[in-house]
Every structure is written in C-alpha cells, then in structure tokens.
Design a protein. Structure first.
Length: 316
C-alpha cells in the first residue's frame, strides 16, 4: 500500500491575471453633439480613454490584450454610440482595439469640410456662463475636427488665435503683446492667455449675476434689492399700516374672544340695513297693490253713460 504522505501535492490550476479595469473612470460616450460644438468629440474621448488604459497597464505592470480594451470601450458607450456598437458587434468583435477606435471616430466625425469648420471656428464667441478655460477647451475641440478629432500643433494654433480674438476683444492687443501665436508649445501659450484674462477680470470668466459674496443665497440678494427702497417711494403712495391681530382679543360686550366691541356695532348696523331694506320692499309692494286696486275701480272711458229716467210733466 502506497504511503499517501509521500505523494506530491497536485499542482494548482492556473489562474488568469486580473486587470485593473475598474480604475478606468471616464464619462460614457453617447455620440451626442453638445451645444456649441461641431461633433460629438469622439477623438478627444478616445485620447483620454487610451491614457487611462495605459495607466491601468502601468499599475498591472503588463499590457492589456485587445479583448480587455474592447470590453472597456463597450462598458463606456451609451446612447446612440452604444446602439451603433451593438448593431455592428458581429463585425467589430474581430477587429483590433486601434481599428475599433478608428471606426468610432469615423462614425461620429463632423460632417462639415475644413473650410466650413475654419469659418465656424472664427465666428465662435465665448458664452456668458462659460469660463475662459472652458472656452479654450471648446475652441481646441472645434479646431481638432479639421483633423478628424486629433489635436495637433496646427489646430492648437488656430484655437489660440481665435481665443485671443474672441475671448475678450477689448484686451486683444494686450494679449498679442504677451502671448506668442506662433510657438513651439501653443498649448502652454493658451494656458497663459487664460491666466492673463482671469487676472484682469478678477474671476474665471463666468459673468457674475450679482454682487453677493460666494455661498450667499440669491433669494436673499433679491430681497435685499427690493428692500433698498420703501414701497411708498416706489409707488408714490403711503403704505398701509399693518393690521392688528384680534384673534385673542376679549370683547367688551359679550366677553368672547375673537372679536372686539366694534363687531357688535357692525352687526347692529348690518341688521339695521337689512331691516330698512325689508321695510322698503314692503312699502313698495303695498303702494303697487293700491295703485292696481284704483285702476280696477275706475270707469271705462269707452263705455256709454247710463240714461237717467225723468218724469215728464205736461205743462200747459
């Protein structure tokens, strides 16, 4: 009989290495074109997704296979983009990760040509509720559509020139004096331009709706503004005095709460008015009946007068 203690343990089954896919934190790509943009931003989204995938590979100290990368892409698609991926899954499951990124960029690219994109970029102005940094990002995204969503040095220079011209036209000359439109690093120049305008404005570029301090309720600001002037000054009429509360007052006549002595005076006046109105209606009715009785007793003017009998005497 073999000694069981001399047997070697069975080898452990190979375990698949886990990938840190949960570290990928990026908003879903829906394919929707946001207001103020020319396309859905597929190129910008894919670029940021690749950076996060690369960071996950650095954590795992191993490259992720294309199947894992495509799973990450599918998990972060939504809306029209998710529908497009599901309908073409049979064809897309056999392509590489890079080919999938190219297909997404081609599907959701801007329909305009380069000339139309350049013209639209030059007319793009900053929104009132948009910060200088957000405006710079929007210009960079619009300019990148001329290169299928891929940002290059040339597109960055176009975005910088538009920012200098349209971000704050009154300070265009001062911006040109300290910002280089032709530089080896136009992205750095864009950052400096954003900082320069924010320093001059004293805020990040979003127009302040009121002069109230931060974290101050706006409804209180509205009440403060309305209370700056009294109602008499606004309307030109004397304001009414506040009404007194008689809900707990004791009546001096009936000793009941809830009304004052004047309540009984008002009741008496009201009752007197009612009685007078009733008497007036009665008098009107009597007068009307009397007039109708007289009209019935009066003779008919069209009837013949009765003939009186006279005793005729013979007068000799």
């Amino acid at each position: 009989m073999a000694n069981l203690g001399d047997r070697e343990p069975d080898p452990e089954p190979p375990t698949s290495k886990k990938h840190s896919t949960k570290l990928v934190k990026i908003e879903n790509f829906t394919g929707e074109v946001k207001e103020g943009f020319l396309d859905a931003g597929a190129g910008d989204w894919i670029k940021r997704l690749k950076i996060q995938i690369r960071l996950g590979e650095m954590v795992d100290e191993a490259a992720w296979p294309d199947s894992i990368k495509m799973m990450v892409v599918a998990a972060h698609l939504g809306g029209a983009a998710s529908t497009w991926f599901i309908r073409r899954f049979d064809m897309l499951q056999g392509v590489s990760f890079d080919a999938l990124c190219i297909a997404i960029r081609e599907q959701f690219r801007c329909p305009l040509d380069r000339l139309e994109i350049s013209s639209t970029l030059g007319r793009t102005i900053k929104k009132a509720n948009e910060s200088y940094a957000d405006f710079a990002h929007r210009l960079s995204t619009i300019a990148a559509t001329m290169n299928d969503g891929e940002e290059t040095k040339a597109t960055a220079e176009d975005a910088l020139s538009t920012f200098i011209k349209n971000a704050w036209p009154q300070h265009r000359v001062s911006l040109l004096s300290c910002i280089k439109t032709q530089s080896n690093n136009p992205w750095h120049e864009m950052e400096e331009a954003v900082k320069y305008l924010a320093k001059i404005a004293g805020h990040d570029g979003r127009r302040l709706l009121s002069s109230a301090p931060p974290n101050f309720p706006r409804d209180k600001v509205g009440r403060m503004k309305r209370n700056d002037h009294s109602p008499s000054e606004l309307s030109g009429r004397r304001s009414k005095a506040p009404r007194r509360d008689y809900s707990n007052a004791v009546c001096g006549v009936c000793q009941r709460r809830g009304h004052t002595t004047g309540y009984h005076d008002q009741w008496s006046t009201r009752q007197g008015t009612v009685v007078q109105a009733r008497l007036a209606r009665i008098a009107t009715t009597v007068t009307k009946n009397q007039e109708e009785g007289k009209s019935q007793q009066a003779p008919d003017p069209g009837a013949a007068e009765p003939v009186e009998d006279h005793d005729w005497e013979d007068h000799e």
